[in-house]
Write a protein that binds this ligand. Structure first.
Ligand SMILES: [Fe+2]
Length: 356
């Protein structure tokens, strides 16, 4: 379900709408669930479905971006991209450009919008070789670039990075156990004996242009931002100390910086801070460009929930926290620049909060 708030002068208008995915419509017609849940075996599903795991409903609910003045929703396991009107939440159906994407693969959540070029960058992943693709949709909604990214096997990337000139794709050593996969079982393992790998490719590059950089084993759900610093690609995201846990606190996720030197091939890396945060948002005009501030969330132990805001100054390391009272939680909190603003942090942080 998509939730939308409009701020208009002194008032706020709220709307919500289910995204009418093919799966949603099929279950509505059948009057019952046709697909099993994420933690259930694929055999439980009555129909083929979507998702890199396969046999999932296309819950186009993981991620929401605005591209070409339209809301575009996507599913982290890969599915169809649905478009809606941002003001009315009128359903505009599936994105036309999906026609150019490999059938059955769909698109992963965390498509990236570059406000400077109006492009949308995306990736997908699958249990089938080449295990990943990367693509670009232009400001007219046309798929203008789509290339295979060869990985050593099925992986579970969740996000990607982009700079003015490059896209950065993820291969973390946290993926389905290949032996279990032979029995259609999806057991995720953390391979501390394998490196993290980042694939850096020019935004319109060919498959053979991908350059791989190796870093320490970890897993990161989300990228904060990526940018170029001379010959170096800087990617900030949330490295996890132990990705085998469900709650954010137990994963030990913290803001982290990888620097990939295009000239020497070397990676230098290290934490921006040790304290926990995740789901970082930035001023969207700085996406792919140098930036300083991020607005992220904190989490209570044992739950995958968000109980406070964090503002991190990546330049000084200064952290400012805004904790919520016990029992009150919030959502990922995007930063809306004030109209006419020039300073990076001049704007509003917008969140939904709820008590339970
Ligand atoms: Fe995510």
């Amino acid at each position: 379900m998509l939730h939308s708030i409009f701020f208009d002068g002194q008032s706020a208008q709220y709307r919500n709408r289910f995204v009418r995915t093919d799966g949603f419509n099929a279950e509505r017609e059948a009057g019952r669930a046709l697909w099993g849940g994420l933690l259930e075996r694929p055999e439980k599903s009555e129909r083929e479905g979507w998702g890199a795991r396969t046999a999932l409903k296309d819950s186009s609910s993981t991620d929401v971006v605005i591209h070409r003045g339209r809301v575009a929703t996507s599913f982290y396991q890969c599915g169809d991209v649905y478009e809606l009107d941002p003001k009315t939440l009128e359903q505009l159906g599936k994105a036309d450009w999906l026609a150019g994407v490999t059938p059955g693969w769909g698109v992963s959540a965390h498509t990236k919008v570059d406000e400077a070029t109006d492009e949308l960058l995306f990736f997908n992943y699958s249990k089938q070789a080449p295990y990943m693709h990367y693509g670009v949709v232009d400001g007219q909604g046309k798929l203008v670039h789509y290339i295979p990214i060869e990985l050593p096997g099925p992986r579970l990337p969740h996000d990607m990075g982009f700079t003015d000139n490059y896209a950065v794709l993820h291969d973390f050593p946290f993926f389905w156990d290949p032996e279990a996969l032979k029995h259609n079982a999806h057991a995720v393992r953390f391979r501390t004996d394998m490196p993290t790998r980042f694939g850096v490719v020019p935004r319109r590059g060919r498959p053979e242009d991908v350059r791989w950089f190796e870093a320490k084993p970890t897993y990161a759900l989300h990228v904060i931002n990526t940018y170029e610093d001379g010959d170096t690609i800087v990617m900030d995201g949330y490295a996890q100390k132990d990705p085998t846990h469900f709650s954010l606190v137990e994963t030990g996720c913290h803001a982290y910086r990888w620097r990939m030197n295009l000239r020497t091939g070397e990676v230098t890396e290290g934490p921006l801070e040790e304290a926990l945060s995740e789901f970082g948002m930035i001023n969207p005009a700085h996406a792919g460009k140098p930036y300083r501030f991020s607005w992220a969330v904190t989490s209570p132990p044992k739950f995958f929930a968000m109980n406070g805001l964090v503002r991190l100054d990546a330049e000084t390391g200064h952290r400012q926290e805004y904790p919520l009272p016990d029992g009150v939680f919030l959502s990922e909190s995007p930063m809306a620049p004030r109209q006419g603003s020039t300073a990076e942090d001049d704007g509003y942080v917008v969140t939904f909060h709820y008590g339970c």
